[in-house]
Design a protein around this ligand. Structure first.
Ligand SMILES: NC(=O)c1ccc[n+]([C@@H]2O[C@H](COP(=O)([O-])OP(=O)(O)OC[C@H]3O[C@@H](n4cnc5c(N)ncnc54)[C@H](O)[C@@H]3O)[C@@H](O)[C@H]2O)c1
Length: 394
């Protein structure tokens, strides 16, 4: 049963918009039409529409909102635009898919504990504004957290359910050698550094698995209770700056390029989450789950699904090998279908089905909100130098 027709308008025309456009083409069993795109400039929307075979390049976001055929607005724009655009879209009755993180605080980096506490309050208030607009208008929020949909994370959830143990510890990381987007290097656009825009992925994987465990075993989600964190700018190490050859990216204005947090859940279990923009070797996306009855290792990337060798880098263009590898020469952990391993096709399938059949997606409002609370709680912890109790914001 295809359900209600889903007509998508993509907002943004670069990195995230490209993998969304590619993976909508893999959605099946839903009456889906990806109608058009809008971007910061009309030229970029037009060239994206041409490249992906979309019917309309809207000159503005408002023009897209005014199209009565569009039922789902898919936000693939920088983080600081998520909240206002999501509210605008919900207010005209459109469902909203939003890239991660849902929102944050887009000013300068906080410099002291009162500033970080205010930022946590504001981030949660901003999130709740979006969720209120979604609820008020009877539309759905589809939170584009692909780790929830990564086949290895879905399978981990299935196997953990079969073994029926307690997840005691989760260790997870997302890192690479530096974001491609200049927006990610300034707090006023990104709302945080590596711990926020990369750490949100492994954090979400852990939040999802613990929530599912709670629903299975006690009938309610197991939620985060407190967080302890540290952040740093490792690209400011003097000996590194003095080196003549560099593969790790520079240019971080006021965002950290490394961070780690220990999240303790309300059942006493822990998740150790790390994120960095200083790690060579291509994107590192992995999670190890230590449960009382099983150990599960999710190697989203790299993994040994396919190995390739080339004697010189120019023989294989990088994106065809694996995201963000600095060289394609030598033996490589080549990903045969990186979009699938990342969970993008499953994510858009679930989103389209959720809209078509009027149900909640697996990655929705609860996860988007918990990520904001834990991440800004982590920044408060890093600045205050102690563990932060999250319960007032949960
Ligand atoms: N899930 C993932 O793995 C993943 C990966 C990368 C990025 N993201 C997320 O996707 C979002 C976009 O990141 P990106 O890497 O594609 O950034 P990008 O810089 O590559 O692209 C940003 C796009 O937003 C458009 N834009 C900017 N201002 C606009 C406006 N006012 N109106 C309409 N369009 C506007 C630009 O034209 C551009 O096309 C971010 O929230 C990021 O966190 C998610």
């Amino acid at each position: 049963m295809p359900g209600q027709r889903v007509v998508v308008g993509l907002v943004g025309a670069k990195f995230a918009a490209s993998f969304h456009a590619r993976n909508y083409r893999r959605v099946y069993g839903v009456d889906l039409r990806v109608k058009g795109v809008t971007a910061k400039t009309e030229e970029s929307a037009e060239s994206f529409a041409k490249q992906h075979g979309l019917e309309v390049a809207y000159p503005t976001f408002e023009a897209m909102l005014a199209d009565p055929e569009i039922t789902l607005i898919d936000l693939c724009v920088p983080n600081h635009l998520h909240r206002p655009m999501a509210i605008q879209a919900a207010n005209v009755g459109k469902h909203v898919a939003c890239e991660k993180p849902l929102t944050g605080v887009f000013t300068d980096r906080p410099s002291d504990e009162p500033g970080a506490r205010t930022m946590l309050d504001q981030a949660v208030a901003g999130t709740d504004e979006v969720l209120a607009a979604i609820g008020r208008n009877g539309v759905r929020l589809l939170y584009a957290e692909n780790w929830v949909y990564a086949p290895s994370v879905q399978k981990a959830n299935h196997l953990l359910a079969q073994a029926d143990g307690t997840i005691m510890r989760i260790l997870a990381e997302e890192s690479h050698s530096g974001s491609h987007s200049p927006y990610s290097k300034e707090w006023r656009y990104a709302g945080g550094g590596s711990l926020f825009h990369k750490g949100c992925h492994p954090l979400s994987g852990a939040l999802f698995l613990k929530a599912q465990e709670g629903l299975r075993r006690r009938g309610t989600s197991i939620r985060p209770a407190n967080v302890l964190a540290a952040v740093s700018n490792l690209t400011r190490i003097e000996s590194f700056l003095a080196e003549s050859e560099r593969w790790v990216q520079l240019g971080w204005k006021d965002c950290e390029d490394w961070g780690t947090m220990v999240v303790t859940f309300d059942d006493g279990s822990v998740a150790q989450i790390t994120a960095a923009d200083v790690s060579l070797g291509g994107v590192q996306n992995w999670m190890t789950v230590y449960s009382s009855k099983a150990v599960i290792q999710c190697n989203i990337s790299p993994n040994t699904g396919m190995m390739t060798y080339a004697p010189a880098g120019h023989l294989f263009p990088s994106p065809d090998i694996r995201e963000k590898v600095e060289t394609t020469a030598g033996w490589q952990y080549t990903n045969p279908d990186e979009d699938w391993m990342n969970g993008f096709p499953n994510e858009l399938q679930d989103f389209c089905e959720a809209v078509a059949h009027g149900r909640e997606p697996q990655s929705g409002a609860w996860l988007a909100r918990d990520v904001v609370v834990v991440s800004y709680g982590a920044y408060l912890s890093a600045i205050a130098g102690r563990r932060v109790d999250l319960t007032p914001w949960m």
